[in-house]
Design a protein around this ligand. Structure first.
Ligand SMILES: Cc1cc2nc3c(=O)[nH]c(=O)nc-3n(C[C@H](O)[C@H](O)[C@H](O)COP(=O)(O)OP(=O)(O)OC[C@H]3O[C@@H](n4cnc5c(N)ncnc54)[C@H](O)[C@@H]3O)c2cc1C
Length: 331
């Protein structure tokens, strides 16, 4: 029987393990590596909303995958009731470029919901995820279902040697042998681009996202996600957290763009009909997501190595579909 190593214990690595456990794949052992203190997981610094935002099938392969991924995740939620996932409404509004906006969201109407002055607003079903709770659920549920043993190692993989078996060397001096290795290291996947130089890994880049997070234990209203002119405000009622952001910059570090976040806060503050907490009470959160070619996710199979990444749009719903594709095509 085969031994498998998965490098990365974020959303993608854990969704893959969950899929393999659910499909009852007969591995001898799966070892999952993480080194979260050094390679901070994007998954835990994510606003984690998934909505189709006007995307329909038949226009691009990414669009088709997003729609299919959303459907697969909806089934996953209704069949397995994962912890940390709530079905909510995503509201999309605009005060500018209305003609363009109405083409994308034809079902909207002029509405007073959330705002001081009426705006054109459309609403759709979405999923709100608390990443920490959902990631914990994925791993714990996998342990209960898996026909293989599952080992977690908190150590950074620093070297890969290919042969009949793959040898992984780590920062803390481990030297371990596996039949197959899958890279689910998010924006850190690019570190391994020399192992597969002709692939999409070559052009993959980290892309910074940031937002403000407020803990508001006394707030009482239904969860919602509201986007106006591209600015987001999200209320997660079960976890009593409000998020304001998010920004996207082609930056490779974790320092937040303070003035940009302040501008988003001020714009939203002038529009919404409820009182926002003070800007300085928010915690600044930053994550590095992986932006691959055309923002499309990839599955690359080469010998004993598989690379799985590039989750950029709707990562939380698309990942489950991609993990199923990987499992059926390559394992
Ligand atoms: C601000 C922000 C907002 C976002 N909002 C949304 C949203 O609303 N909806 C949505 O669907 N997506 C959103 N995303 C994107 C989504 O969060 C990411 O695409 C997703 O979390 C990526 O998951 P991952 O598992 O690929 O990577 P990560 O979560 O980064 O996990 C990588 C893992 O690999 C490990 N690792 C890396 N290198 C090594 C190594 N050499 N050895 C051992 N371990 C290693 C790390 O320790 C970590 O465990 C957002 C992202 C950001 C930054």
């Amino acid at each position: 029987m085969t031994t498998l190593a998965i490098i990365g214990s974020g959303l993608v690595g854990r969704s893959l393990i969950y899929t393999l456990a659910k499909e009852q794949k007969k591995f001898e052992k799966i070892t999952i590596f993480s080194s979260d203190k050094i390679t901070t997981p994007c998954s835990l610094n994510s606003t984690a909303i998934s909505a189709l935002r006007g995307i329909t099938k038949g226009h691009s392969s990414l669009g088709d995958n997003l729609v299919e991924g959303f459907g697969i995740f909806s089934t996953h939620v209704s069949e397995s009731s994962p912890y940390g996932v709530e079905k909510i409404f995503q509201y999309n509004g605009a005060t500018q470029k209305l003609d363009q906006f109405k083409l994308r969201y034809p079902d909207g109407e002029i509405s007073h919901t959330f705002v001081k002055e009426p705006i054109y607003l459309s609403q759709e079903v979405a999923y709100m995820i608390d990443p920490k709770t959902y990631l914990h659920w994925l791993l714990e549920t996998s342990k209960q279902m898996a026909p293989f043993s599952l080992e977690e190692i908190d150590d950074m993989v620093t070297e890969v040697q290919e042969g009949e078996e793959v040898v992984l060397k780590t920062l803390n001096g481990r030297n371990l042998h596996f039949d197959k290795v899958i890279f689910t290291s998010g924006s850190y996947n690019r570190y391994w681009k020399d192992l597969y130089p002709d692939s999409k890994l070559k052009s993959s880049k980290p892309s910074q996202g940031s937002y403000l997070e407020f803990n508001l234990p006394l707030w009482e209203r239904e969860s919602f996600s509201l986007t106006i002119d591209g600015d987001n405000i999200i209320w997660n009622n079960p976890f009593k957290r409000l998020y304001i952001g998010s920004t996207t910059n082609d930056s490779i570090h974790h320092l937040p763009p303070l003035s940009e976040l302040k501008e988003i806060y001020m714009r939203l503050n002038s529009l919404v009909d409820f009182e926002l907490p003070k800007f300085h009470e928010g915690e600044l959160k930053v994550g590095l997501r992986e932006k691959a070619q055309k923002r499309e996710p990839y599955l690359l199979n080469r010998g004993n190595l598989i690379f799985f990444g590039g989750l950029y749009k709707n990562a939380f719903t698309l990942t489950m579909k991609m993990a199923t594709d990987l499992s059926r095509q390559y394992l």
